[in-house]
Structure formats: structure tokens, C-alpha cells
Design a protein around this ligand. Structure first.
Ligand code: ADP
Length: 416
């Protein structure tokens, strides 16, 4: 089956055409070949377009792309031209879309019909910063490709549906919580599921035999405890604000800070929310940047606030790893992914520093060597024989979306 996976954010769209080998024995269709991939970033102004065929860049430029619909149109144009040059039909059989928030109703991937689309639009209220980009991607694809081609929504919250009540429930009035659907949903599920699958393949062990702690460190950051393929706890909660320190998000806080800031800074509720989402985290702590590369450079020049930001960031990750080891009763591997997790050996080393107590011993040379992984690849960075192995994995959300889309179509061909 040929699946177009679309991963659409507020101002970007990433895509892959993934071809599954349906003749492969055993896990038929698990063998995925990426024929085309690319991204359109900075939608709304001078967008950056990147288009690759079998991993080789064939187009990279800045173009005017004002909306997500135009982005889908540009993507389709590039795909069609390239497949014509190859003399092969594009032949897309299904389209998978990443959707950040599936609310309580969508626990697993679902075919997008009118009802489902309306419900996803309604859920934008729960994820105002995240769902609108996904919706724009779906609308754009429908406008350009029509509604005959099956489309599937794959939810970031879906992977976390297995989190047990003691981990998902906030200790507030239960009736009120139920009335408003308040519990820990968890996010980045597609990324964590991808990291777990890539790690299991690299370790040559069935996922169903592994206890893993996956740490996804990008602009948004989260950690997940995965017990034999099932998410049992994760750091993001009702919204993607909870948990680790992120580029501009605070992560965990004392909830009393909301009232305190409103009273003492004269802020409204919306302003406090924006403050925690947009002006906190690495940016707020350092007063300089939300980019870890900048902070490492400034710390090296002696900037104390950059140093503190990095220290708070690493400490919080280590604290979550420790708590998830307690949740899982020990783990087989720790897996790093995301822009920071994949590329920064120094941050990985700082996070893992002093964790020999649980058998986590990094191999410094392997750690430094693991900085430029292709998506879908993994490298072990712990010492051979260390009781808790550590891997760096190149997260591949689009292949994960394509896999889930294929399974949804094959298992539930007419779920609408
Ligand atoms: P997103 O969460 O938006 O998908 P990424 O996973 O690409 O983002 O991560 C982006 C972040 O990765 C950047 O903000 C930057 O802080 C960090 N990053 C990228 N390369 C490096 C590097 N070599 N060293 C440290 N941090 C890096």
C-alpha cells in the first residue's frame, strides 16, 4: 500500500510517501520504503521548501506559500512532477494526518468522514495551539485531492490511552474533572511510539518484551514510560504544558502560581497561560533564546543564566527518568530522540550523569558519535553490558503515521 503521511503544524507541513511491501512475510507490510519526503516550513510568508527522492535532495528553495492549502498544492505538484520524471505513477492509496488532540472520543486512528472532521474541529478548543495546524492540513488535502481518497487521522494522544487511572487522574474533585473531561491525556504519542519501535529493532528484541523510558527533546519535550509497547505514564498532561522544561514552556509548576501572577502582575488568565506557554522554559530562564545550541554557546562564554537554564532542563529530565524507572520496576533501555535528544551529546551526558546507580553507563565515544542519525535509525550509546542500555533514535513520525493509517484502512475499511 502507498500512503502519503502528512504531519502538519501551525506553520509547517512535513510529508512522506511510504510504500509498504505487502508481499513481505511475517509482519506483512511492516517493511516500509520512503519514496519521497520533504517539508514546507514558514507557511504564511517566504516558505522554505525541501523535497527529496529516496533520501536525495532534488529541490530546496524559498517560495511564496501563504496557506496550508497552498502548501498541499505545492507538495502535490512536486510529487507529481517527480513521479512523472521517474515514469512511475504516484498511486497514493490513502492519506494519514497527524492530529495532536483526540479528546476522549478518539483513542485510535480513524477514517476522516464529515462527522469525524467536525469532531476534530470541535476539539481545537482543548488544544488551541496545536490542533488548528492539523485541521488546516486536512482541509488543504481535501481541497486539493477531493474526498474520494481515504484519509485517516492518527492522534498524538492515542498512544497514551493505555495509561492506568492512577497515573492519568488529577487529584481534584472527581465529578468536576469528569464533567470537563479533565485528566492526563499525554501528547507526542506518535513520536514516543516511533522511538520505541526503532529502539526495539536496533536492540533486535520484540517490543513486547521491553520496558523503555523514551525521552523526546525538541522544542516541545516529554518523557514516557513504556511497558511492553504500552504507554503507562507520560510527562505531558491535560495539555502539552505539563512535565519537562521546554523551549518556551515551563513544564511542571505549582498551580498556585497562576493566581499569584494574576494578583501581583495584574495579568488575565489568558496572559498567564501565554506566559507559561510562550515566555517560559529555556527562553524565560535564560532571557536569551529557546534554542539549546545558543544556550550551550552562551554558557561556554560564562553566561550564568544560560547555565542555569540548561541545569534546570537536564535536572528535570533526570528526575522523570528516575520516576519512570520506579513506575516500570526498572527498564531495559532509555531512548533519546527529538532535535536536542538526537543531536546534543553534551546534554545527554549531563542528563545521565550520576545515574550509574541504576546501571546507566554511557560510553563517551559512542555518545559523541551519535549526533547525525537518519530518521528511523538508532545507535546504542551505553557501555556494552550496562544493565540499563541507552539509545539515540532518529524519530520518524511520518512512517509511524503511515503505518497507523495502513492498519486502520486494512482493519476497518469502512469505519464511518
Ligand atoms: P520540534 O519539536 O519543533 O519538532 P526539533 O525536534 O527539531 O523541534 O528540535 C528543535 C530543537 O533542537 C532546537 O530548538 C534546538 O534547541 C535543538 N537542537 C537542534 N540541534 C541541536 C544541537 N546540535 N545541539 C543542541 N540542540 C540542538
Amino acid at each position: 500500500m502507498k500512503v502519503l503521511a502528512i504531519n502538519s503544524g501551525s506553520s509547517s507541513l512535513k510529508f512522506k510517501i511510504v510504500e509498504f511491501d505487502e508481499t513481505a512475510g511475517g509482519g506483512a507490510g511492516r517493511q516500509a520504503n520512503v519514496r519521497f519526503d520533504g517539508s514546507i516550513e514558514n507557511i504564511g510568508s517566504a516558505a522554505r521548501l525541501l523535497f527529496r527522492r529516496s533520501g536525495t535532495t532534488i529541490f530546496e528553495n524559498r517560495c511564496a506559500v501563504a496557506t496550508h492549502a497552498e502548501a498541499v498544492r505545492s507538495m502535490m505538484q512536486m510529487l507529481e512532477e517527480s513521479s512523472r520524471e521517474e515514469g512511475r505513477a504516484l498511486g497514493i492509496e490513502a492519506i494519514g494526518h497527524r492530529v495532536v488532540h483526540g479528546g476522549e472520543q478518539f483513542q485510535s486512528p480513524v477514517r476522516i468522514g464529515e462527522d469525524v472532521f467536525a469532531e476534530i474541529e470541535r476539539l481545537a478548543e482543548l488544544a488551541p495551539l496545536h490542533n488548528p495546524g492539523c485541521i488546516a492540513g486536512i482541509k488543504g488535502a481535501r481541497a486539493v485531492m477531493g474526498s474520494d481518497i481515504p484519509m485517516v487521522a492518527v492522534f498524538d494522544t492515542g498512544f497514551h490511552r493505555t495509561i492506568p487511572p492512577q497515573a492519568a487522574t488529577y487529584a481534584i474533585d472527581l465529578d468536576l474533572a469528569r464533567k470537563h473531561g479533565i485528566h492526563r491525556y499525554g501528547f507526542h504519542g506518535i513520536a514516543h511510539s516511533s522511538l520505541a519501535g526503532i529502539c526495539a529493532a536496533a536492540a533486535n528484541r520484540p517490543l513486547a518484551s521491553l520496558r523503555l523510558v523514551t525521552v523526546h527533546l525538541g522544542n516541545g519535550c516529554s518523557a514516557t514510560a513504556i511497558d511492553r509497547g504500552r504507554s503507562v505514564d507520560t510527562s505531558m498532561g491535560f495539555t502539552p504544558l505539563e512535565g519537562l522544561v521546554m523551549g518556551t514552556r515551563s513544564g511542571d509548576l505549582d498551580p498556585a502560581l497562576v493566581g499569584h501572577l494574576m494578583r501581583h502582575e495584574g495579568l488575565t488568565v489568558d496572559e498567564v497561560e501565554r506566559f507559561f506557554n510562550e515566555r517560559s522554559g529555556l527562553l524565560g530562564l535564560s532571557g536569551l533564546s529557546n534554542d539549546m545550541r545558543d544556550l550551550l554557546a552562551e554558557e561556554a562564554k560564562g553566561d550564568a543564566r544560560a547555565g542555569l537554564a540548561i541545569a534546570v532542563f537536564c535536572y528535570r529530565v533526570r528526575k522523570y527518568i528516575g520516576s519512570y524507572l520506579a513506575v516500570l520496576g526498572g527498564a531495559d533501555a532509555l531512548v533519546f530522540g527529538g532535535g536536542i535528544g538526537e543531536r546534543s551529546a553534551i546534554i545527554r551526558a549531563r542528563i545521565c550523569d550520576g545515574m550509574a546507580w541504576c546501571g546507566l553507563r554511557l560510553d563517551p565515544l559512542r555518545n559523541v558519535a551519535a549526533v547525525n542519525l537518519a530518521s528511523g535509525d538508532a545507535m546504542k550509546i551505553s557501555e556494552d553490558g550496562a544493565p540499563l542500555a541507552c539509545y539515540v533514535a532518529g524519530v520518524d513520525e511520518e512512517v509511524e503515521i503511515a503505518r497507523a493509517t495502513r492498519e486502520c484502512i486494512l482493519n476497518r475499511p469502512s469505519s464511518e
